[in-house]
Design a protein around this ligand. Structure first.
Ligand SMILES: [Zn+2]
Ligand SMILES: [Zn+2]
Length: 340
């Protein structure tokens, strides 16, 4: 059996014929393995779903407890057999519950990274390199920021930028655009680590997931909902308010006192994007690997082959080839690069 016979792309997602399952399928399938709760990876309507307990919980929060017929929670590193194919889940450091999946069959071993990062995040289990007895045949990696120009700054420095601005403009509200799963909680967690202990205000769209993180023992400090009545504008002066990026361009955002628009995303490295979105204070915070993190990971795992998925594949494939590692694009469809 070749690696491509064990796992190959199909329009529904990455398929494993001997195990008869899909990984992060983009349409409903009878048997799915899900790496993490972001909506483009975790869809509703599957039959059985193997995932970490936290990913299953997040899917239930987003889609309702009937999002699949049979949830199959798996513990970190536990080996589970599906039609003779062994699967196990390893921390990916991307968002709470996010996993890489190791697929082992006969003498083949493939690691599917899902989305992953190596940078500091107090709100989820840190990335852990998959350990196997034999060398890894294929490492399937995401490539969201796979260009040498992408180098994420230290998260602490970006949070310090935000806190300096809050000090400097005590009459203004800092509106920080964050995605609801992962980024919101990471920004809050990093603010707390930096010693910011005032109430942080959150948009309604973030409440359920923030509560879930707190239930899971992640310390987010005092959070209040950012609802404001007429004539209450000034009560948010000098405060930090978090909401989904879309909320700040509509009327909701304009109700705050002389707001400063901030946006926490890896894409804020591109000045043009920050400008287009009207972001005054871009915060470069990514839940994906930058170029250096990708290379460090590949060097560490030392796989025979690298398959590259959702993102910019060319530069990474060229780097692998220059380093005597076979590499190819996977051309999976249905994953969004923006949603980070
Ligand atoms: Zn993701
Ligand atoms: Zn993704």
């Amino acid at each position: 059996m070749t690696p491509a016979q064990l796992l190959h792309p199909t329009p529904k997602g990455l398929y494993c014929p001997p195990g008869d399952f899909y990984i992060d399928p983009v349409t409903a399938v009878p048997r799915a393995l899900v790496t993490h709760g972001h909506a483009d990876h975790a869809r509703a309507g599957h039959g059985a779903v193997w995932a970490t307990r936290q990913t299953l919980d997040i899917m239930a929060i987003r889609y309702g407890s009937d999002h699949c017929r049979q949830p199959m929670p798996t513990e970190w590193r536990d080996k589970v057999k599906l039609n003779g194919v062994t699967i196990s889940f390893w921390p990916a450091g991307h968002v709470l519950g996010s996993a890489q999946i190791l697929v082992q069959y006969q003498d083949l071993q493939i690691v599917v990274s899902g989305d992953y990062k190596r940078g500091n995040d107090p709100t989820c289990a840190a990335y852990e390199a998959v350990e196997t007895e034999r060398p890894i045949d294929v490492f399937i990696t995401e490539a969201t920021f796979a260009l040498p120009v992408f180098r994420h700054p230290a998260p602490e420095d970006e949070i310090a930028k935000l806190l300096r601005s809050v000090d400097q403009f005590p009459q203004r509200t800092h509106l920080v655009g964050v995605y609801a799963l992962g980024k919101a909680q990471r920004v809050i967690g990093l603010l707390r680590r930096a010693g910011y202990d005032e109430t942080i205000y959150i948009h309604g769209a973030l409440e359920k997931l923030c509560s879930y993180y707190i239930d899971q023992g992640i310390e987010l400090g005092d959070l209040q909902s950012a609802t404001l009545d007429k004539g209450q504008k000034d009560s948010f002066a000098g405060k930090i308010v978090l909401g989904p990026p879309s909320a700040f361009v509509d009327r909701w955002g304009r109700r705050f006192a002389d707001p400063i628009s901030c946006f926490a995303s890896g894409w804020m490295q591109i000045r043009q994007r920050a400008k287009q979105r009207g972001v005054e204070l871009p915060l470069i915070l990514s839940d994906h690997c930058d170029w250096d993190e990708l290379l460090v990971t590949i060097k560490e795992l030392n796989p025979r082959e690298v398959w590259v998925t959702h993102g910019r594949d060319d530069a990474l494939i060229r780097w692998c080839e220059l380093n005597q590692i076979k590499a190819r694009p996977l051309n999976l469809v249905g994953y969004e690069e923006e949603n980070e």
